[in-house]
Design a protein around this ligand. Structure first.
Ligand code: ADP
Length: 482
């Protein structure tokens, strides 16, 4: 009895710690705007204040009338995808695709060279061309290369690898231009007609793909039209991009800004914010003891990506697991176990997908939750434990969605786009399983937007869309504007 009351009390405490009030949303939003501004002013080192705010050299948004056949490829942490995209010029497209699982040796064997990895990628592109464009040897195919690893991008089509993430260890690639590495291997295979003209980030791809598909710009009634303004991802990780006035991107050399604005007549450039690293200095981010354990004891990169570690799919399940282990240590949960089931004590074994089932469980005695925990963790639970677990799950996901609203509100305010033409109706294109599938996530995010400085009037002008195929259509569009 006493233990039960203690568990309830502790649960309430944890829920309270994870709760974000509206004044905190406002404080976070203004700090986010400050961090964007310092990131635009100077190169940020990983430890300093300010977001990375990487210039992408994408200067135009597609409007859906683009036409042509373009190629795209995407090197992820598990798969390499090659595709060709036919843009029909009416917001629609056709996509042909070849997906290959990256053989483990390229990820695990540290004697593999960059020539071997990029040679492998080029051979997959050759297989694709032979299958889908067998007569294409004389045609030039422009290709967009989605490469979601940290690169120092110097133009739309060149970027040197800063470091690998997601498992690759091929040291000799670091410091080299990844576009050149792949193009050299294509040339060796007599595929010089496939020209990599754009290095694309997955968030930027999501944005461009949404812009192409958005049909609202066709509407003729002023007031019903809305404008795509942000592309973002809430999946394994989180990130976002938007169009910034070139004049504000002070870290670009003055001559380059002048050339773009005065000679080329451009006004905006897409900025990849890399917002996963917002507030690594922990000035304003709400922090619980569980966040500290996750960052310092469990994650492979302590001190980095702290915003992402409170929001994205890779971490929400892990936060719950850390809380459950802690409650067990305090002898409040799972008291039948002296030693916890193996899976519950293994980092990253509890997937965010499990939380999404617990979140909406309204079955009698939370049977659904019971089965989910049994299946995923081999963890038996009693009803009282499940009631507490559900409360904690809902607090974790709510905090994630509330924090996710912060960068969106900040960008909407900074760009003043809610005051612009078309009565300031704006569209946000999102990708990622969390925003797409987590039950209620978008409603919670919208609620937080209405509590943010844009208020309920601003929130009503925001239209959130799921935009997929960023690394296919998006990268193809990136190649088209090159
Ligand atoms: P990626 O971001 O790697 O391209 P996804 O967008 O599919 O891939 O995101 C994968 C992440 O989303 C994983 O962390 C996974 O746990 C989580 N996830 C998968 N399915 C769901 C779901 N139904 N609800 C919430 N999260 C999910």
């Amino acid at each position: 009895r006493i233990k039960q009351e203690e568990l309830q009390k502790k649960t309430e405490e944890i829920v309270k710690e994870l709760t974000i009030e509206s004044d905190e949303i406002c404080k976070l939003t203004s700090y986010f705007i400050e961090s964007m501004e310092s990131g635009l002013d100077h190169q940020t080192s990983t430890s300093s204040k300010g977001l990375p705010m990487i210039p992408t050299f994408v200067l135009d948004k597609p409007n859906g009338t683009e036409k042509g056949v373009l190629m795209a490829c995407d090197l992820g942490g598990t798969n390499f995808r090659v595709c060709s995209v036919t843009l029909n010029g009416d917001h629609t497209f056709e996509l042909k695709q070849l997906k290959t699982k990256i053989p483990l040796e390229y990820l695990e064997d540290d004697t593999v060279t960059s020539e071997e990895l990029f040679g492998f990628l080029a051979r997959r592109i050759k297989v694709f061309m032979n299958k889908y464009h067998p007569d294409g040897a004389k045609e030039i195919f422009k290709m967009g290369f989605t490469f979601s690893y940290p690169v120092d991008q110097t133009s739309l089509s060149a970027g040197t690898l800063i470091r690998w993430t997601k498992g690759f260890k091929i040291n000799d690639a670091v410091g080299k231009d990844v576009v050149q590495l792949l193009q050299d291997q294509l040339n060796k295979l007599e595929l010089a007609n496939v020209k990599i003209v754009a290095l694309c980030n997955d968030t930027v791809g999501t944005f461009l793909s949404h812009c192409y598909r958005s049909v609202n710009s066709d509407s003729l009634t002023v007031g019903e039209i809305s404008e795509p303004v942000i592309g973002c991802i809430f999946g394994t990780g989180t990130n976002g991009c938007y169009m910034e006035e070139i004049a504000n991107i002070k870290k670009l050399p003055a001559e380059l800004r002048d050339d773009l604005i005065n000679k080329q007549g451009k006004r905006y450039m897409c900025i990849n914010t890399e917002w996963g690293s917002f507030d690594n200095e922990l000035k304003v981010l709400p922090t619980t003891k569980y966040d500290i354990i996750l960052d310092q004891k469990i994650s492979p990169n302590p001190g980095f990506h702290l915003f992402e570690k409170r929001i994205s799919g890779m971490f929400l399940g892990e936060i719950l697991r850390i809380i459950l282990v802690d409650l067990h240590q305090q002898e409040l949960l799972f008291q039948q176990f002296k030693v916890l089931p193996h899976r519950l004590s293994t980092p990253f074994e509890l997937s965010t997908e499990v939380l999404s089932h617990i979140e909406i469980d309204d079955s009698t005695d939370l049977r659904e939750t019971e089965l989910n925990l049994l299946q995923s963790l081999r963890l038996p639970t009693n009803l009282q434990e499940r009631v507490c677990i559900q409360k904690i799950v809902r607090a974790i996901s709510r905090r994630s969605a509330y924090l996710a609203a912060v960068p969106l509100a900040a960008i909407l305010i900074k760009t003043k786009c809610l005051n612009r033409r078309y009565h300031g109706e704006v569209e946000i294109g999102c990708d990622g399983s969390v925003v797409e599938f987590y039950p209620g996530y978008r409603s919670m995010l919208r609620h937080a937007l209405s509590l943010s400085p844009i208020g309920p009037d601003g929130e009503r002008k925001v239209h959130i869309f799921i935009a997929k195929d960023g690394s296919g259509v998006g990268a193809a569009l990136c190649a088209l504007v090159a």
